[in-house]
Design a protein around this ligand. Structure first.
Ligand code: SAH
Length: 365
């Protein structure tokens, strides 16, 4: 299944240029290469990213001859909404999309008081293997193109029916395993001439690919970096996250420090609380010791149980105690509010369901 998907995606990417993934100067070069004036590029860019049309036909001020050249050489990748679920409780909306090669991805729209937020996927599947995560169970199918990440934001804005001000790259996939396309996505999304979402309102979450954290720091973006820590020592972390066999917590924290130095952005640390595994007062103290003196924020997330594993959520009083212990040591910590509890909004669950249903139907979407 994985090899098949990868082959299909190569077929799709072999031919025409994906114009939704291009920076404006790249689009200008393409248009000049067609022998057309480069101001046309800005018009097309506006159609794609501001008006968000889904086809060349809709670009009404573009001459027919140029549209012809575009349709012969370029494409706007399509995503088809295959399922959406709206929470009656809090307005959260979760959607599954089929990509052109049949891969399924999922995104979530979350209305908050401070603005609407969209959580997007950066890969179809994931190869990081975190033990508690549903997104990694089927392995990695392929990386997403920048256009497929932008497509999620644009589609969720349509689906949610309201403007999006915040984006979190916390859906399926490891964004730093797809760094080049993720950086491209962030730059286009935050471009004033396109989506115009402030980089300060974009959060990228990583399981801790150390060299890529340093590479990202070198890009000098203003996005918030979140590190999925989930453990207070290396041995515990190795039991939950295979990536911990490659990089120690100390190496991750050093790389985060470098990110903070380069960008001035405070780091967020994610900590999923798993009953009896990592949620005791001794772990809270150990975690506080690791983070003391750092400009940071800890997000505590009672783990979302998944069918395939028997990890359970920490009890509410255990969560409160853990938070209190951190705060006693001067570490800023919040407990993440659970959104969309009534619509399976835990990581990767809608995608897995949809993939199983699609398989049962014989692969047709
Ligand atoms: N690969 C990236 C981003 C995607 S996962 C990363 O690891 O950070 C986004 C966040 O959800 C991560 O902090 C991840 O560890 C967490 N997560 C995954 N499965 C979860 C679950 N079942 N319950 C709670 N958090 C989970």
């Amino acid at each position: 299944m994985n090899t098949e998907n990868r082959l299909q995606s190569e077929e799709y990417s072999s031919g025409k240029v994906d114009i939704l993934s291009l920076y404006l100067p790249e689009l200008e070069k393409l248009i000049r290469d067609f022998g057309e004036p480069s101001y046309r590029a800005r018009q097309i860019y506006t159609w794609l990213h501001e008006k968000r049309v889904l086809s060349l036909e809709e670009m009404s001020n573009i001459p027919k001859s140029l549209k012809q050249k575009l349709s012969e050489n370029c494409r706007i990748p399509r995503m088809e909404l295959v399922k959406s679920r709206h929470s009656a409780q809090d307005g959260t909306c979760k959607a599954a999309f089929a990509l052109e090669d049949g891969n399924i991805i999922e995104s979530v729209f979350m209305p908050y008081r401070h603005g609407n937020s969209v959580c997007i996927s950066s890969q179809a599947g994931c190869r990081m293997g975190c033990r508690f995560c549903a997104s990694t169970l089927g392995g990695l199918a392929r990386n997403l193109a920048a256009s497929e990440m932008l497509g999620q934001v644009y589609a969720m804005e349509r689906e949610g029916g309201q403007r999006v001000s915040h984006v979190v790259i916390m859906g399926t996939g490891e964004p730093l395993d797809n760094l080049e396309q993720v950086v491209r996505f962030i730059r286009i999304l935050s471009d004033e001439a396109a989506g115009g979402i402030s980089q300060r309102n974009i959060t990228l979450s990583t399981c801790g690919l150390v060299p890529q954290i340093r590479q990202l720091a070198g890009e000098h973006l203003q996005v918030t970096l979140a590190l999925s820590l989930h453990a207070s020592n290396d041995e515990l972390r190795r039991s939950l996250m295979p990536i911990a066999n490659r990089y120690s917590i100390a190496e991750c924290l050093d790389a985060c420090e470098a990110y903070f130095r380069e960008t001035g952005r405070r780091i967020s640390y994610e900590y999923a609380l798993i009953r009896g595994e990592n949620d005791g007062p001794e772990q809270a103290r150990e975690l506080a010791g690791l983070l003391s003196g750092r400009n940071c924020h800890v997000n505590l997330i009672p783990v979302n149980p998944i069918e395939e594993r028997d990890y359970r959520k920490s009890q509410p009083e255990r969560v409160r105690d853990f938070q209190a212990e951190l705060e006693r040591h001067g570490i800023n910590a919040t407990v993440r509010r659970k959104m969309g509890a009534d619509i399976d909004s835990a990581c990767g669950q809608l995608r897995r369901k949809q993939m199983t249903e699609t398989k049962k139907k014989g692969g047709d979407i």
